[in-house]
Ligand binder design. Structure first.
Ligand code: GLU
Length: 646
């Protein structure tokens, strides 16, 4: 086994990168004085039997939305891998066992708390628009999310390679072994994999190759059926043998033809469906777009909430800024106190959560986008004076009306901004997505990873990377192409304050605005407590908010906080999504909200109890959430064997 130590030059490179990230348009806000003065309540993680002190140092935990993915991470940890190695192994394994959600055809945000340096940062492997992308490329097109025009330059392979190279213990070819084995030898279809609404949905059947793989003969596989993906095993072997360049560069002499599969695959277009529509639209990605892809290092945005430090994803995600704005607006209310009519599920609590989200979503629509391209006023958005102003209209027992509009946070960040009246322009609409995956890992060295990874909608554009060979056969690379670019505004918009182009309009090389919110909670002294996140498109922000409040305000254990029925809001209107049985449904309807039933998110979390040093995990029953705490008694999937063996 090759074990590499993190070297100090890597750390100073990281420090430089983080300084650059902080010095850009988004900056970490100062904690509010009022919030800092509050004493943190004790988080209750749950109960686990006591471990003999000697074993404490061998602990690790992995929480994944799929049992095979969890097993891959656990086995890497057992073989001396750290949380970064395990997270990369999980990401690749999920491409095999949860291919509809995420994989090498897409991208994500990997949040790392690196124990040796005490730093918390992100590897941003979000997809980018190709050089040929234009703001109007989705207009006059039916179903752009099912066409090649939606495919962004994938980031996962470069992002995970960077993670391993700088912060991992194990080499890429070893970390890829579990995924290669699962793809080659197969796994037993889980209930979710075999669910007809997943395996045979319209997106899964958008191309003949995808339909034949996911829903052969129009039928989903039976639960337990052995599923192999030999083309994907071959693709992963190429990456293992030649490294990430074999994915990003077309090098036929080495057998590296994955780039050709991506470039050809994203030319996919559907037959016209709209009146006046002459043809579908493929993507414009070139070999140069692929060769030029780089992952970015980003600093988190952070704020204090009731004595804890919450760190979450900065732009190009809207997740961290929106979540932290909401927490800052809510902190003045005693949300955890049933005696004052609040508490979990209380109408006042739900009413305030909904309206704080509505206010934050008004700002999100205008001010959040890829900060490498637009000046996101991150410090202004989280300035205590600004959030106090924005939250001033929140009143328990009253629905906020009319719908909130965006504010102007710029004067709270930069001097010399003259007050302007905003133009009235329609806010772009975006709805919740269908898939994506979140997982979390902690290792015995105290490293934490919180990783949300995606190909955007279920099955991305429903097309495998691959190309037609001269003999007419299809060279299939076995992984799905993302539709991430439909996270951009689908038509050109205007920023009502700057009167320039909308912050989330398409630009070449830009990353689409995300809602993904991999998050960590720290004690006031900076020690990490919890790492978590969720899929769910723009409902992600609400899922993370629900779990944060459940833990800090409502005193739930980690698993209770994940299990509790959720509330989500994804826009400025008075529409609230509630999971079945949420006790505030009738009360919210009586206040004039439209209450829509929904299943919301899939949260995976790992945590440490600072008093005992015990590691905890929580996973979501809404999918196939699985926690493995190490050292473990018996293997979770005994038939699986050693995934890292040659
Ligand atoms: N593409 C979405 C985002 O980045 C995630 C999709 C989902 O979670 O379903 O916000």
């Amino acid at each position: 086994m090759v074990v590499r130590k993190v070297r100090s030059p890597a750390l100073s490179r990281l420090r430089r990168a983080l300084l650059l990230a902080c010095g850009g348009a988004v900056a970490v806000p100062a904690a509010s004085a009022a919030a800092a003065a509050q004493v943190g309540v004790e988080l209750k993680l749950g109960t686990l039997p006591a471990l003999p002190p000697g074993l404490l140092r061998q602990q690790a935990v992995v929480a994944v939305s799929n049992p095979y993915g969890a097993e891959a991470g656990a086995q890497v940890l057992e073989k001396g891998g750290n949380a970064i190695d395990a997270a990369v192994a999980v990401a690749y394994a999920l491409n095999v066992v949860e291919p509809q959600s995420a994989g090498i055809g897409g991208g994500g945000f990997m949040m790392i708390h690196h124990a040796a340096s005490g730093k918390t940062f992100y590897i941003d492997s979000r997809e980018k628009a190709p050089a040929g992308a234009t703001p109007a490329m989705f207009t006059k097109l039916s179903n752009p999310s099912l066409q090649g025009v939606a495919v962004g330059v994938p980031g996962m392979v470069r992002g995970t390679a960077l993670a391993l190279e700088r912060w991992g213990n194990l080499p890429l070819h070893q970390v890829l072994k579990p995924a290669i084995k699962l793809a080659d030898k197969g796994f037993n279809a889980t209930p979710r994999y075999a669910d007809p609404s997943v395996a045979c949905n319209a997106r899964a059947q958008n191309s003949p190759e995808a339909a034949a793989f996911f829903c052969p003969g129009g039928k989903p596989p039976a639960v337990g059926q052995l599923i192999t993906n030999k083309p994907l095993a071959g693709t992963l072997r190429l990456i293992a043998a030649h490294g990430p360049d074999c994915f990003y560069l077309y090098l036929p002499a080495k057998g590296c033809d994955i780039a050709r599969g991506i470039v050809e695959g994203q030319k996919f277009k559907r037959a016209p469906q709209l009146p006046g529509e002459t043809e579908g639209r493929g993507g414009s990605m070139t070999y140069a777009d692929l060769a030029g892809y780089r992952a970015a290092l980003r600093a988190p945005v952070e704020a204090r909430y009731r004595g804890y430090t919450v760190k979450a994803m900065s732009p190009p995600s809207s997740g961290g800024l929106t979540l932290l704005q909401v927490l800052e607006m809510l902190e003045r209310f005693p949300l955890g106190d049933p005696a004052q009519g609040y508490g979990w599920g209380g109408v006042k609590t739900a009413n305030l959560m909904a309206d704080a989200l509505r206010v934050a979503f008004a700002d999100r629509a205008v001010w959040m986008g890829d900060a490498d391209f637009v000046s996101v006023p991150g410090r202004g958005l989280l300035a205590p004076q600004y959030t106090a102003l924005r939250g001033a209209a929140l009143l328990p027992g009253v629905r906020l009306a009319p719908n909130p509009e965006s504010g102007d946070p710029r004067p709270y960040q930069w001097s010399g901004i003259k007050p302007v009246r905003p133009l009235a322009v329609a806010a772009p609409i975006d709805g919740p997505g269908e898939t994506t995956t979140h997982f979390a890992v902690a290792d015995r060295w105290g490293n934490f990873v919180s990783y949300t990874n995606t190909i955007e909608s279920s099955h991305g554009i429903g097309v495998f990377a691959g190309y037609r060979k001269p003999d007419g056969s299809f060279r299939n690379h076995g992984f799905l192409l993302n539709n991430e670019l439909t996270d951009f505004n689908l038509a050109p918009t205007t920023n009502p304050w700057t009167q320039g182009a909308g912050y989330n309009d398409v630009e070449p090389g830009k990353r689409p605005r995300s809602s993904m919110t991999p998050t960590m909670i720290f004690r006031a002294d900076g020690t990490p407590l919890l790492a978590f996140g969720s899929p769910g498109g723009s409902t992600i922000i609400s899922s993370v908010l629900n779990v944060t409040l459940n833990l800090i305000d409502h005193g739930m254990t980690l698993q209770q906080a994940i299990d509790a029925r959720r509330l989500a809001v994804t826009g400025v209107g008075p529409t609230v999504q509630l999971e079945a049985g949420h006790p505030a449904a009738a009360g919210l309807a009586a206040l004039g909200y439209t209450v829509n039933p929904a299943d919301i998110g899939s949260v995976q979390a790992v945590g440490i109890d600072p008093r005992t040093g015990r590691y905890y995990g929580g996973a979501d029953k809404r999918r196939e959430g699985t926690v493995i705490v190490l050292p473990r008694g018996k293997p979770l999937l005994p038939a699986l064997g050693d995934l890292l063996a040659p």
